[in-house]
Design a protein around this ligand. Sequence first.
Ligand code: NAD
Length: 276
Amino acid sequence: QKIPNVLLANGKSMPQLGLGVFKVTKATEVKNAVKWALDAGYRMIDTAAFYGNEALVGEAIAESGIPRSDLFITSKLWNSVRGYDETKQAFNETLQRLQLDYLDLYLIHWPAPGYVESWQAMEELYGLNKIRAIGVSNFEIEHLNDLMSKTAITPMVDQVETHPYFQQKDLNKFLTEHSIYHEAWGPLGQGKSGLLEDPVLTEIAKAHDKTVAQVVLRWHVQRNEIVIPKSIHENRIKENIEIFDFKLSKNEMAKIEAIDTNERSGRDPYDTEWLV
Ligand code: NAD
């Protein structure tokens, strides 16, 4: 199925669904997952320096033969790198590992102290067209307000944990108001917390002859989020994009809205002990 594009605030198009590769580090697994995804019609890949797989993602992209301009590659700046020059250096290393000469989207991975200087370096790289869109990840409203008050460019994307058990309703509203695209990581609840066995979701899935994973991804898309489900299995990689041929009704969207428990499955961006 064809994956629609969304338009970021600077006019850059971004596929609304891509492949996440967190925790995928074995060479065959990275290369197969990226290959199967590209074969299935994915064009966006979400990696990070921290994932330790940029070089393998780069090899898989190079081997695919798909024109660079058809791909959308995201990577992220890790927490241990802060400072203007250090950020530019880390960005260049990411590009080298990916065998690319520009990135489509570069994100500050977590709001670790010093993110303002890193952002200023990213603004410069954006001005030089080395990055086509810049954004943040795991930034809460407080971090976004702080960053926006000190820098020139508003982030185009905030990639944050989001799924039916952790819907981020306040942040979602704030992002919409500021034209910052909401990108969901852990869109399937990271396969944890019983999300994929939820009875409400199971019933909705039956009604549409879809899987719970597909219903969850469809819910994200109808909320106007960008999603990056991760899988290393060919059948699931294919399954996860078969979501553009059905629609959840208003009533179904409301039922899913009601199962929010506001519980994270991943790390808390306010866990400063871990962040520094
Ligand atoms: P996810 O919600 O995508 O869940 C992935 C897990 O769900 C898989 O390991 C598998 O167990 C299961 N799964 C996938 N497809 C399925 C299907 N069709 N049916 C049943 N089970 C299925 O979790 P994630 O990998 O943590 O998040 C997605 C991506 O988001 C990551 O790969 C990474 O690129 C990004 N991410 C970013 C951050 C950040 O801090 N910015 C943090 C975590 C993840």
